[in-house]
Write a protein that binds this ligand. Sequence first.
Ligand SMILES: [Zn+2]
Length: 458
Amino acid sequence: MRVAVGLVLCMLLASIPTSSAQSDSSEEDAWPGDPVDSHVHMTWAALTLEVNEWADDYPEIVDLTSIGQSELGKTLWVVRLSNWSMETKSDGSQKEIVYIDGGHHGNEYLGTALAWLSAKWYIDGWAEGNEEAINVLDNTELHITIMLNPDGNDIDTRWNINQVDLNRNYDHYWNTCPTTQPGSSAFSESETAANGVYMNTVVPDADLYVTMHTGVWIMLYPWGKWPEQPPDWELYHKIREDVQDNISSIPIQNANQGLYPNCGTSRDYGYGQMGFPTFTFETDDEQFVPGSFENLNDRLGEEMDVMRFLINDVWYWRAQLTVQSLAVAQDSITLTVDNDARASTANATLQYLDADGMLLWNSSLFAVNASSTNTTSLDATNLSMVEGGTFSLSYQVRVIDAARWVTEPVEGVEVQFDEEKEPSFLIGYGLFNPLTLMACFIAVAAVANERRELEDEA
Ligand SMILES: [Zn+2]
């Protein structure tokens, strides 16, 4: 790879004197590739060399695999980054999962470059001992498919080799908007089919999906299909507020209003079918400066700052319920729940399970808004307590129908019981238990009977 970059750099140095001012570090950060027309263009071959070099150099964090193949048989590389020596977070909980893809449109180099940089930033950070990068890789799996459309990329076209717009080919209201070249059916193309399978089988638990394009400088959230705000509008608006207050003035809008109606996109599919919080990240339409390498950290620094924020705070892009108190009375339960994260949940239930984990009782549904505390009273007339019983919360992590479900045990809080409901040894086996009473009667009767027989014999 270094040889390839070096060769290209030599060509540039010969023709463009100003390039000689570039330092070694910017050479290191330059996007690999070849000058094509007015861009430095990363070919699939250059990408293949680069990602394999990453895997060779940093096996402890880089797991290189593929989501499938393009129509022409090119490997669709996915770079999986995490500290693979740790199976879980240090507290034993499941790592956060982030999915990123770039290059749906083969002539949108900066979008592909941002996906490339999203991997490169964490690899370089890890190598340099950067605390933020180490912390993210200890707690998160980043799955990054840098170039989804290598066939189109290598011939500098928006479409794939079948002249299909891959970002209109997903199975979410496919071909229901005025559009061009959506393909013969949803997922008719091997690139989109592979991406759909990867989302469904490998990263279905992702709490962030960002798909990277080049066009207008804007971030788009669902829907492309409808002008209405999505069910999780609160989450998207909160992210917009945080980004615009602290990081970047990049516009963040509903895709239908911010751009134009678009259907069958990976963004709407990721949200509507997978339940991920999704963004289309459009870097601006000014591609590379003609004939020059650019340091992508300079060129896409602000975009990368936004990505780092979204990745660092991925924990917040879901509902995250913590029980503050749980009081069981004869006919009702009073439950106080915190939601520390930024998404609401609409249909949580409290569950009661026996010692073997068998579900014995489900409460009615209740909602908990984002960033709030909610006290609710639940009807518990049908709830019978048992020895060793436990409570759990079951809920969807976002409001959208497709959001994933979690079931989390109620831990770290002492359950308060009214006397009548207390599941104790005395109630289960005590003096006033009907079975105990019946056993007593039988025993007394037997003893009395025996004594009568003895008396008769006497
Ligand atoms: Zn695009």
